[in-house]
Ligand binder design. Structure first.
Ligand SMILES: *Cc1c(COP(=O)(O)O)cnc(C)c1O
Length: 350
């Protein structure tokens, strides 16, 4: 305890459902499992659904999956650091890139290792995380094409990750047209035009013209069954493939308002509380170290009052909870991320 229960069949159902739905519009899925720290068990489950490319943001997670025996095409979602290009070429088949200096280093190491590394060039279309500005893309393409050890495998974009900018008919058409233009101008075929992530769900559902876009990189929608513009449920998907289970270590009727002279708490804030009299205060054995406590929701009638590094304090309504009993929680993406990364949380596959 605490443990993260992972229902593999629910994840498989989500992956399969989305794969089939997207295929109707000519879109393949790259399954992004950085939210579960590249869990090899989850990778294998997704591969069984017929998805062939697995993506993570850390090259260490690709190494981990390979050592576990996962057989897939691996894509690295985060731009490679200059200091890790050796490993990127060694472990990843495809990487997303926006800097020609990095692409040149990838080429050098790929040649040395006798490989052909696939490069997808990322375009900036307004979200302002990674991406080459549209006016600079031709120059980067021109410099990439002649590089040895490298295949210019496609172009892509990423929206709604940082700036919250939505994939629209307009920016998707722009990506598609840029793909057209590059293919014509340089007489090349771009096998992949990757339009985005789980935030593209609404666009894909509504659009009747995906243009040249033939791929999406999907993480959260498969893992948690939601699109990511409004966090709405995607019909027919499971939103509860993951359950956090924690143990109660204290359960008492206590005041709702801390008493004594008030200064800072564990994290340097002066928290505010309202006095609502005595309440059932329940402490469970987990905290900010292992989970984003703002991104979990108890499955009993209770609200989260707050947390320190290793204690989570709940106000349990109309019920007495015994010490030693379990409380189950829904998890959102940022909670899943930290739970998956924490060595203090047991992962149980069911
Ligand atoms: C994280 C990430 C994804 C997947 O995002 P989801 O919202 O989980 O679908 C796709 N592409 C890139 C570049 C990413 O960093």
């Amino acid at each position: 305890m605490p443990r993260l229960e992972i229902n593999i069949n629910k994840i498989k159902h989500n992956a399969k459902t989305l794969k089939e739905e997207f295929a109707k519009k000519g879109i393949t899925i790259t399954s992004v499992i950085k939210g579960v720290a590249g869990s090899p068990e989850i990778a294998n489950a997704i591969l069984e659904c017929g998805i062939t490319t697995i993506a993570v943001s850390l090259v260490q997670d690709i190494k981990k999956m390979k050592e576990f025996g996962v057989k897939a095409e691996f894509l690295l979602t985060r731009l490679p650091m200059h200091t890790e290009v050796f490993d990127v070429v060694k472990y990843a088949d495809i990487s997303l890139n926006s800097e020609i200096s990095t692409v040149k280093l990838l080429s050098k190491h790929s040649l040395k290792q006798g490989k052909k590394h696939k490069v997808v060039l990322m375009l900036e279309l307004g979200d302002l995380r990674e991406g080459i500005l549209p006016e600079d893309i031709d120059s980067v393409v021109e410099q990439t094409i002649p590089l040895e050890g490298i295949e210019l495998y496609g172009i892509g974009t990423n929206l709604a990750c940082f700036g919250g900018i939505k994939p629209s008919e307009k920016n998707m058409a722009e990506l598609s047209q840029i793909a057209d233009r590059i293919q014509e101008k340089y007489h090349i075929k771009l096998p992949v035009v990757s339009g985005g992530n789980s935030a593209n769900y609404e666009w894909l559902l509504k659009t009747d013209n995906t243009g040249n876009i033939n791929n999406l990189r999907i993480g959260e929608a498969i893992l948690l069954g939601r699109e990511t513009l409004h966090r709405n449920r995607i019909p027919n998907l499971y939103i509860d493939a993951f359950t956090l289970v924690c143990e109660v270590i204290e359960s008492k009727l206590k005041p709702s308002l801390p008493y004594g002279d008030k200064c800072q708490n564990a994290f340097g804030y002066k928290p505010e509380f309202t006095d609502i009299g005595n309440i059932n205060r329940v402490i469970v054995g987990i905290g900010e170290q292992s989970v984003d406590t703002k991104a979990i929701k108890p499955r009993i009638k209770a609200s989260i009052i707050g947390a320190s590094s290793d204690h989570l304090i709940l106000h349990v309504k109309n019920k007495c909870i015994e010490v030693g009993s379990e409380i189950r929680f829904d998890v959102k993406y940022s909670a899943l991320l930290r739970l998956s990364t924490s060595p203090y949380v047991k992962k149980v596959f069911i």
